[in-house]
Design a binder for this molecule. Structure first.
Ligand SMILES: Nc1ncnc2c1ncn2[C@@H]1O[C@H](COP(=O)(O)OP(=O)(O)OP(=O)(O)O)[C@@H](O)[C@H]1O
Ligand SMILES: [Mg+2]
Length: 286
C-alpha cells in the first residue's frame, strides 16, 4: 500500500460520481458522456469508467473503438494504462468488458492486480464518472456506495420512476447511501421535471430518510436521437442542442460549485473500497 501511495504521492483525490438508474435505457450513458464534455468545458480533466458490465457502450456513444477492455487487464493481456483511450474533447475512457458478473466477486489476486495497475495511471484526473448498469445488482450498487456522489437518472415514465425509487431504497437500506442526486431525463416540460423531482425527493425523505438533491432535468430532444444514430452525440455541436445545454447546467450544478466532499484520499483508495465490499442481500434479486 505504501508503495502505491508513493508512486502517486501528493496527487489530489478526484471527485468520483456514479451515474445509475433503476430501469435501463433512460439515458445514463448519454448523461455520462454529456456531463464529461461539459466538465471539460469547465476546465476539468475527466476519466469515464464504463462500469456497465452487461452492454458496455460508452465507447460507441463516444465514437471510439476499443481494442482492449478491463477483461484483458484481468486476464493479463493488457496493462490498465494501455487500455485508457482518448475520446473527443479530451475525455479519457476505460472501456468495460462484458461478462464480468461483479467486480467484488473477483479473486483476491485479481483485485490486487487492479489496484496495482491503477497506481500506474500516471495522469491525474479531477473527475471520474462511472456509467453503471441499471438495476440493483451488486455490480451497480457497489459503484454507488464507493463513489463520492451518486446520480440517479429517471424519465417521467411511471416504470422508470418506480424503479428509480426502488434503487434509492436499496442504496439507502442495504448500502447506507443517505444522500444522492436525481436527474429527470426526456421531460416534455419544465413543470413535469420539477414535479417529479419534488415528488421523489419528498417520498424518499419521508419513508427512507434519504436526501434527494435535484440535478435538474433534461428535455426530450429529437436532436439527441438523431445524433446517436449518426454517431455524433459526443461532439462540440451536440453540446449546443437543447438537451446538451441542460446537461451543461447539471454539470455546473454538480462540478462547478464548492468542492464536493471526497470520501477517499486518492483514487486507489476508492478502488480498494469498491473491490473489497461484501456482496449484499440484494444480490441476485434484480
Ligand atoms: N434527452 C433525450 N432526448 C431524446 N432522446 C433521448 C434523450 N436521452 C436519451 N435518449 C434516447 O434514449 C436512448 C438510450 O439512452 P442511453 O443509451 O444513454 O440510455 P442508458 O440508460 O445508458 O441505457 P442502458 O441501460 O441500456 O445502458 C438514446 O439512444 C436516445 O435515443
Ligand atoms: Mg448505457
Amino acid at each position: 500500500m505504501s508503495s502505491i501511495r508513493m508512486i502517486n504521492g501528493g496527487a489530489r483525490a478526484p471527485q468520483v460520481l456514479a451515474i445509475t438508474s433503476g430501469k435501463g435505457g433512460v439515458g445514463k450513458t448519454l448523461t455520462t458522456v454529456n456531463l464529461a464534455m461539459a466538465a471539460r468545458r469547465l476546465g476539468k480533466s475527466v476519466l469515464i469508467f464504463d462500469g456497465d458490465m452487461g452492454l458496455a457502450n460508452v465507447d460507441i456513444v463516444l465514437g471510439l473503438k476499443s481494442r482492449y477492455n478491463i477483461r484483458d487487464v484481468l486476464d493479463g493481456h493488457a496493462a490498465l494504462k494501455d487500455i485508457v483511450i482518448k475520446g473527443p474533447l479530451g475525455v479519457d475512457l476505460i472501456p468495460s468488458g462484458s461478462g464480468i458478473a461483479s467486480l467484488t466477486r473477483l479473486s483476491h489476486v485479481q483485485k490486487q492486480q487492479i489496484i496495482e495497475q491503477i497506481s500506474q495511471l500516471d495522469h491525474h484526473y479531477d473527475l471520474i464518472l462511472i456509467d453503471t448498469g441499471a438495476g440493483i445488482a451488486d455490480s451497480v450498487t457497489h459503484f454507488c456506495k464507493a463513489a463520492d456522489q451518486t446520480l440517479v437518472v429517471t424519465t417521467p415514465e411511471p416504470h422508470a420512476m418506480t424503479d428509480a425509487y426502488a434503487l434509492i431504497k436499496v442504496l439507502a437500506e442495504d448500502h447506507g447511501v443517505k444522500s444522492l442526486h436525481l436527474l429527470v431525463n426526456q421531460t416534455r416540460s419544465e413543470g413535469e421535471g420539477l414535479k417529479i423531482l419534488t415528488r421523489i425527493a419528498d417520498v424518499a425523505m419521508r419513508f427512507l430518510d434519504v436526501r434527494v438533491h435535484s440535478a435538474g432535468h433534461v428535455p426530450f430532444d429529437p436532436q439527441v436521437t438523431k445524433s446517436v444514430m449518426l454517431r455524433r452525440a459526443a461532439t462540440e455541436e451536440s453540446t449546443h442542442t437543447i438537451a446538451g445545454q441542460a446537461w451543461g447546467q447539471t454539470a455546473r450544478r454538480l462540478f462547478g460549485g464548492p468542492e464536493a466532499a471526497r470520501s477517499h484520499s486518492d483514487v486507489q483508495e476508492f478502488w480498494r473500497s469498491l473491490l473489497w465490499q461484501q456482496p449484499s442481500r440484494a444480490e441476485g434479486v434484480s
